[in-house]
Design a protein around this ligand. Structure first.
Ligand code: ATP
Ligand code: MG
Length: 179
């Protein structure tokens, strides 16, 4: 799976709608301290379904919404859309998909997949099957290397399962066991 484009609006420091095209190959994001480089990575993790505000450096999920500055009013929603190119898998043919997550103050998060309302779970399955997702070891935040080294064996196993692309199977098995 490859990320093709990212659109952000009201997400953290990205108060004005911003669009980033990501071309094939290596992409680097450079800029001074505090310009929003880590916020970009967090936007990618958030749109893939991150449920823990802490791993987005916030106290609550609404902390991802632009909080305002001395000269700008806060926003009442944040929205991130990510266009991805899916590789063909056993369950579905390859192609493009656009995933959108939106959060409104007091109303929680909602997801869309190619314009249709979907559950958080549908989004997490899409990424779990592609061996990526909000907890993918491919996303390494500042200071996380040390945490990965210190991880418990069970946590490390989870990382290996995500890397091997089998975490989607676990979600489905749990689902089947409950039915
Ligand atoms: P460094 O090079 O130090 O790692 P960085 O480019 O990774 O910096 P970020 O951590 O992505 O920078 O951005 C931090 C900035 O984002 C801070 O100025 C912070 O005030 C701003 N910010 C974070 N959350 C919000 C929010 N909800 N509303 C407004 N601004 C926010
Ligand atoms: Mg940073």
């Amino acid at each position: 799976m490859q990320i093709r484009r990212l659109k952000l609006s009201g997400f953290k420091s990205f108060v004005e709608p911003a669009e980033l095209r990501i071309e094939p190959g290596l992409t680097g994001v450079v800029g001074p301290n505090g310009c929003g480089k880590s916020n970009l990575l967090e936007a990618i993790r958030w749109v893939m379904g991150e449920a823990s505000p802490k791993s987005l450096r916030g106290g609550g999920m609404e902390d991802v919404i632009f909080a305002g500055t001395a000269t700008r009013a806060p926003r009442d929603f944040a929205e991130v859309s990510m266009l991805v190119e899916r590789a063909p898998s056993d369950n579905q043919p390859g192609g493009e998909s656009e995933v959108t997550r939106r959060i409104e103050r007091g109303a929680g998060s909602a997801y869309r997949l190619d314009g249709k309302d979907v559950r958080a779970k549908d989004v997490s399955l899409l990424f779990a099957d592609a061996a990526t997702g909000a907890h993918s070891p491919a996303l390494v935040s500042q200071g996380r290397i040390g945490a990965i080294i210190a991880a418990k064996p069970t946590e490390r196993r989870q990382m290996l399962e995500e890397a091997a692309g089998i975490s989607g199977l676990h979600v489905r098995r749990k689902d089947a066991e409950q039915k």
